[in-house]
Design a binder for this molecule. Structure first.
Ligand code: GLN
Length: 197
């Protein structure tokens, strides 16, 4: 089984570990560059993207993680994790950086105050209808030519894939439905198989 890490600096790490294990991956938390070196793929959890960005610098993970993503390591980010995978944030807090990996521009807390948290059924291409849990969720303003839009909600892009990078505005790790994680585990398996040919 592929070994998949969950970036464990802040956010809903445990829920992703559980969902990955249910999708037949070996899941482990990643906090140090040595741990990052040992995984076949990485999940960046939901939480607070400014905090994750600052802690990644503090833990010496910002550059090693950028390098691995550039080298093609599969990554999946939910919510704050989607923000961390964006090449550009429309409204970054001061000092906020991203790992990058997907040619897209994201808007933080985009769904607005009166509607900060909600659930909606989202049709995810290749997966089917998924119960989307949105919590102070970002949306994707625009994507580049290489990025594939997998889902929209209310006219806004909420799931994207570019090569081995996957991102959702919502939190499949909170629903007990592991199909999005299973898609990511398949992406990691495909990448490993391609690497060993
Ligand atoms: N609003 C948060 C951010 O900007 C994301 C919220 C979430 O991950 N549920 O990072």
């Amino acid at each position: 089984a592929p070994v998949i890490g969950v970036l464990a600096l802040q956010g809903d790490v445990r829920e992703h570990l559980t969902a990955l294990a249910a999708a037949d991956a070996v899941a482990r938390p990643v906090r140090r560059p040595e741990e990052l070196a040992e995984v076949d793929g990485l999940v960046i959890p939901g939480g607070e993207s400014t905090t994750i960005s600052k802690l990644a610098v503090l833990f010496g993970l910002m550059e090693p993680l950028r390098e691995r993503i550039r080298a093609g390591m599969p990554v999946y980010g939910s919510c704050a994790g989607l923000i961390m995978l964006a090449d550009k944030i429309l409204d970054p807090r001061s000092g906020q950086e991203t790992f990058g990996g997907i040619d897209m521009i994201v808007r933080r807390n985009a769904f607005g105050r009166q509607n900060e948290s909600f659930e909606a059924t989202v049709e995810v291409s290749g997966v089917g209808p998924v119960e989307g849990v949105f919590i102070r969720a970002p949306w994707v303003e625009s994507v580049g030519a290489r990025a594939e839009v997998l889902a929209e909600h209310g006219g806004h892009i909420v799931a994207v894939r570019e090569g081995s990078a996957l991102a959702t505005s919502f939190h499949p790790e909170l629903t007990g439905d592991h199909r999005v994680h299973a898609l990511f585990v398949d992406m990691v398996r495909d990448k490993r198989a391609a690497g060993s040919r």
